[in-house]
Design a binder for this molecule. Structure first.
Ligand code: ATP
Ligand code: MG
Length: 394
């Protein structure tokens, strides 16, 4: 396991005379018996001191005190204990101060369940009753919630995200403080909100996360979400099995919002999504409607591609009208071609063999061939395609 190997890194720091602990999500998730995905290490050693201990290091975020250590083919982020002093505009701190005390480092963390530290021997250090909250399934800010959300408004999104992800309940004072300060979220970069929003949707209990997201009015301060109350209500009432990926989550949201492709594009652009995500969600959202209307023909399978078909069907299943997964896969596999390039003729060949001239007619004929092959009206054989094409040439 990842922890075992990382222990050597911690031991090396300790041998050099400094403190070193596992911190953050990996400690939380280990205690919850969940799979851990990244191991964060905090140390009393300053970055320059960390660099002296290890042969291979990279300055990944040295201004924030983070050095990445490369050890046995793995990378570990080691961050010096720090406090975050002057906060401006409710965003991240504008500068950090390195400190030698673990407690000071844990104090600047967002939630009690994220403010635990663990020694290499497994002993947990718990200054803020994070263990109790883990046991009780509580999301609680470290210290005074109001202040913590003023320092960094993203923490409010993180709180609702963890409520969904872990199926925890947000403690009352923390929840009230979110409601009270929700407007501060407008100061936070959309990219950071995006990460938390997607984790909320893909969580174990998105209904619970959404309930808090709405009750606290956080959604008012997210791009193009202020008119989505009804959509979120619909989402909450789906007894949805867990969504498996971001594209499916957006597809479900866009479908429930009745968005046409221009609307999908506008929404996802506002959320600063990648172009590939935007185009997949556009295709998948349209597909959900076609699945519902049982209008899935070969051409639709072909032009959508397997990836978008799977996303759309995942959403259709949640909505109660999905296609059996095996049948979907079989139908796709049975397509005579999966891509235009598999067609046994191309423009060059039509020009050579049928003496056609380059121009729009060529494109029209190629498309017609593609259609007929996909629909099973023509076999994908060169001579047959050429014969068919020659009959269409004017
Ligand atoms: P995940 O499992 O999604 O990685 P995580 O809690 O590990 O969850 P990270 O973004 O990896 O989240 O952050 C690591 C740790 O850094 C957190 O557990 C928390 O202690 C601290 N942290 C992260 N973001 C903030 C924040 N905005 N304010 C305060 N502390 C934070
Ligand atoms: Mg993490």
């Amino acid at each position: 396991m990842e922890f075992e190997e990382a222990k050597e890194v911690l031991n090396a720091i300790q041998h050099a005379g400094f403190e070193a602990y596992f911190v953050g999500g990996s400690v939380r998730d280990t205690i919850l018996n969940l799979k851990i995905h990244d191991v964060d290490i905090a140390t009393s050693a300053y970055p320059s001191e960390v660099k002296r201990i290890f042969k291979k290091t990279v300055d990944t975020g040295i201004e924030h005190g983070t050095v990445t250590v490369l050890d046995h083919g793995r990378a570990y982020e080691i961050t010096t204990f720090r406090t975050e002093s002057t906060y401006q505009d409710f965003r991240r701190p504008d500068h950090v101060e390195f400190v030698r005390s673990l407690k000071d480092d844990l104090k600047r963390r967002d939630l009690t369940i994220n403010a635990l530290a663990m020694k290499p021997d497994g002993e947990v250090i718990d200054h803020f009753e994070g263990l109790r909250d883990l046991k009780e399934g509580m999301i609680r800010a470290v210290g005074v919630a109001e202040e913590r959300f003023h320092e960094d408004a993203l923490r409010m999104m993180r709180a609702v995200r963890f409520a969904s992800q872990l199926d925890f309940i947000i403690e009352k004072k923390t929840l009230n403080a979110i409601h009270h300060n929700a407007h501060l979220l407008s100061n936070v970069a959309v990219e950071r909100i995006h990460v938390e929003w997607v984790k909320l949707l893909l969580g174990k209990n998105p209904q619970a996360g959404l309930k808090d997201f709405m009750a606290t009015e956080l959604y008012h301060y997210c791009p193009l979400f202020s008119d989505k109350k009804q959509v979120f209500n619909k989402l909450m009432n789906l007894n949805s099995s867990q969504l498996t990926e971001e594209e499916a989550a957006w597809t479900l949201l866009c479908y429930l919002s009745n968005l046409a492709s221009s609307g999908v594009k506008e929404l996802l652009r506002a959320w600063k999504s990648s172009n590939s995500l935007i185009s997949n969600v556009i295709v998948a959202t349209e597909l959900v409607t076609l699945i519902r209307q049982q209008k899935m023909d070969s051409w639709t399978y072909y032009r959508s591609g397997l990836h978008c078909l799977r996303i759309a069907n995942e959403v259709a299943v949640i909505l109660g009208f999905g296609i059996n997964e095996d049948i979907l896969e079989q139908k796709y596999a049975a397509l005579p071609i999966k891509d235009k390039h598999e067609l046994q003729v191309d423009g060059g060949l039509l020009i050579n063999r049928l003496k056609m001239k380059p121009g729009p007619q060529l494109g029209v004929i190629l498309e017609r061939l593609e259609h007929q092959v996909v629909n099973g009206e023509l076999d994908n054989q060169q001579d047959l395609l050429l014969t068919a094409a020659s009959a269409w040439v004017k």
